[in-house]
Write a protein that binds this ligand. Sequence first.
Ligand SMILES: NC(=O)c1ccc[n+]([C@@H]2O[C@H](COP(=O)([O-])OP(=O)(O)OC[C@H]3O[C@@H](n4cnc5c(N)ncnc54)[C@H](O)[C@@H]3O)[C@@H](O)[C@H]2O)c1
Ligand SMILES: [Zn+2]
Length: 374
Amino acid sequence: MKMTLIKPALTLENKDFSYPIYVHEDALLSVGDFVKQAISEKKYSGCIIIADENVSKLYAGRLKGDLGESLKLEIKLPAGETTKSITHLEKICEQILASGIDRQTLIVALGGGVIGDLAGFAASILLRGIPFIQVPTSLLAMVDSSVGGKTGINSAAGKNLIGSFYQPEAVFIDTAVLNTLPKREFKAGYAEVVKYAFINDAKFFAWLEDNKEKIFALEPQAITHMITTCCQHKADIVAADEKEHGARALLNLGHTFGHALEAENNYGPELLHGEAVAIGMVMAFDFSAHLGICSAVDAEKVKTHIDRVGLPTKVRDIKSLRGLNAEKMISLMFKDKKVKLGRLRLILAHAIGESFVADEVKLDELQVFLEKTL
Ligand SMILES: NC(=O)c1ccc[n+]([C@@H]2O[C@H](COP(=O)([O-])OP(=O)(O)OC[C@H]3O[C@@H](n4cnc5c(N)ncnc54)[C@H](O)[C@@H]3O)[C@@H](O)[C@H]2O)c1
Ligand SMILES: [Zn+2]
């Protein structure tokens, strides 16, 4: 049985692995073809869908129809970050093993970053590794978590502390599913989009500035271009540095500030990850300007763009964070797992599109900056 699959928008390729990333308005429809073709070639023996309840209700039906008898099991999990837990991991592993799998059983992770991270991690440890594909449905998952192979769950000691590097077999991004994504989630995902521009692509920033109305109106061509550009950036970075020994660290732009804010907020609903990263990126550029290594004009451009798309730009925008002071912020920043050997490593910038890893951040400078900013 030979089917014609849509062409991938790009391929993530490095010396150890290579996989296609499809970005298409109807990519969901191709999942069934992909799976059935691979089954006919004896690559997979069957598949299992894992989704959260929101996404399952909206999209699992479409997949199920196409997968037919190749679908062996469907798992529905509660929506939300608390699902990325050891309890849910244990439950789904037992459920999957009880269903009778082999090393060729494929897991289909259908959903946002929570499901992608959890299902990917389960795939990496079941029978010491079974194949999985990512079918991301949130903007954040499409441009960030579904590509690159970081999988995992949260621990009482912190977020994402139990996990593995485990690459998917393919990524299917159906841009049409963004129509049902809550607007606040879309905006939060957009913070990770513009992050790529701030890191190393000033041209992409100019394009985002010119096209933000089309993007927020979900105009298909603009959305496809935006997502493909982000995936290409992520793929390039991961291909060069899968395990974050070097360039992959740039993806943490805004994240050490942002993670501190999320921790201070106890990961509550007042502040989504992307919102924390939006504030964190403004802080990273402001701090760079404060140090005299980036122009105030660029720092202002970053803030204006983030504000115009409706994301928060400062800590005081978030009610629950109004009591945060410089000392507490610094101690929270030191708890971030990106801190190396007690030294604070931050991603700073010389300009929009020229970010770099600053390994020896001077704490007294940071303290002065935070006292001025918070
Ligand atoms: N692995 C990585 O490299 C990586 C990178 C960034 C973030 N993450 C992780 O990703 C997670 C956050 O992901 P997220 O923001 O996608 O959260 P999420 O998975 O909780 O999804 C957000 C919400 O949107 C709903 N949803 C998703 N797609 C939808 C759609 N098309 N229509 C309607 N509702 C939809 C979900 O049910 C959920 O309620 C965090 O756990 C974070 O640690 C991982
Ligand atoms: Zn992030």
